[in-house]
Design a protein around this ligand. Structure first.
Ligand SMILES: *Cc1c(COP(=O)(O)O)cnc(C)c1O
Length: 408
């Protein structure tokens, strides 16, 4: 089961290459008009990365505004109940706006300011990335437009209101299925038209180069903190690390620091929905095929004609037909393992965590939890698992109540 690639084979610092490729995956499949913008963005990002002033401003905002560092929490009662490996949670759920997404929103907003761009656009599905972006734009005095499918707007009225409170304009998208994929298309259209004064804050480790690399880098702090924290608490590195994978940003943020530690098993958990049947899930590595979607080449759930398949997950944040290209690469070389959790397993795991630890997890993060609950009893008691608790579940409580037949 565990990865077959040796540490020597993993030259993570060299990836992506100049063309934005991770092996066969990634790249830059966009209209001509955006090529210059992406090139400029990549160049500016390289300069910012090497600029101590940018790095110190970023560190300041992550600490004072977002609430970093987040803790690494030993889940003692859950560990005892399962009777296997010692389980730790990286508490990204305690960040401002409730999830890891703010790490990337802060980084990209700072980059936009550096480039003199005063207008920000973003896309959002469930609204989490939209809220993080609107929040950061309010903080930095940037104009903010968020594209959101009109079906999602109806489902996530509270998040629409949150964004509006922060001064953002939420534009409903009525094309296609009126959900995330359509919102991304609309955001790209806006960017093509307004690229001179506008920066597009993409919300996951997806899309055209340099986004997958840049978003990963803004989340690398998660794994860097974990290394120091687990050394302090356990005096050694973990045996396994587990994270849920939508586009893949929280997972790569946790894993990146440990890719060249061959003894650590890394596991990404996708959304198994109602089970692995066509149109009923969002597990790209269960039947997805190589293709190009919204700027990059990666594994995509599509039919024989290349039409994007319907996807389903109990959690909107994992409900997307494509996976980040870096994950596709590490899956192909055998460095990261992938599993999936179904909606039913997720609901069960959600209840277990509330009951044993008094923590209400986001349904996205609960996919990683469902796998952790299965896995921990298979490992000895002296083994250590670190799981990324990517977000809190306040946003999901209503939905869970409905599923469980509670009237709230
Ligand atoms: C958006 C979201 C995810 C999925 O996005 P990734 O880019 O795969 O991390 C996971 N967890 C939470 C809490 C989210 O809000």
């Amino acid at each position: 089961m565990s990865g077959t690639a040796s540490a020597k084979e993993i030259e993570k610092e060299a990836l992506p290459n100049e063309q934005g490729r991770f092996g066969d995956f990634g790249g830059c499949y966009v209209p001509e008009t955006l090529m210059t913008a992406l090139k400029d963005l990549g160049d500016e990002y390289e300069r910012a990365k090497a600029d101590p002033e940018f790095q110190s401003e970023l560190a300041f905002l992550l600490k004072e505004f977002a609430g970093r560092p987040t803790g690494l929490y030993y889940a003692e009662r859950l560990t005892e109940e399962l009777g296997g490996a010692r389980i730790y949670f990286k508490r990204e759920d305690l960040l401002h706006t409730g999830a890891h997404k703010i790490n990337n929103a802060i980084g990209q907003a700072l980059l936009a300011k550096r480039m003199g761009k005063k207008r920000i656009i973003a896309e959002t599905g469930a609204g989490q990335h939209g809220v993080a972006t609107a929040t950061v734009c309010a903080k930095m005095g940037l104009e903010c437009v968020v594209y959101m499918g009109s079906v999602d707007m109806e489902r996530q009225k509270l998040n629409v209101f949150r964004m509006e409170l922060c001064g953002a304009e939420v534009r409903g998208v009525d094309s296609g299925q009126k959900t995330l994929k359509d919102a991304v298309n609309e955001a790209m259209r806006d960017w093509v038209t307004n690229v001179r004064d506008t920066h597009y804050i993409l919300g996951s480790a997806l899309g055209a180069h340099p986004y997958p690399m840049m978003v990963r880098d803004f989340h690398r702090v998660i794994g860097q903190e974990v290394r120091a924290e687990i050394m302090e608490k356990e005096g050694r590195l973990p045996n396994e690390m587990i994270a849920c994978v939508g586009g893949g940003s929280n997972a790569i943020g946790l894993f990146y620091e440990f890719l060249d530690e061959p003894d650590i098993r890394l596991v990404g958990v996708e959304a198994g929905g109602h089970g692995i049947k066509q149109g009923e899930h969002a597990a790209r590595f269960e039947g997805g095929r190589l293709g190009v979607l919204q700027g990059c080449k990666t594994y995509i759930l599509q039919n024989d004609d290349g039409q994007i398949e319907l996807t389903h997950s109990i959690s909107a944040g994992l409900d997307y037909a494509a996976i980040g290209p870096e994950h596709a690469y590490y899956r192909d070389i055998g460095r990261i393992d992938y599993a999936y959790a179904t909606d039913d397993e997720v609901l069960e795991a959600f209840k277990v965590l509330c009951r044993t630890e008094g923590i209400i997890p986001a349904l996205e993060s609960t996919h990683a939890l469902a796998y952790t609950i299965k896995r921990a009893p298979e490992l000895a008691k002296d083994q250590v698992i670190v799981m990324n608790l990517s977000g809190r579940g306040d946003k999901d409580v209503n939905q869970v109540a409905q599923f469980l037949g509670h009237d709230v």
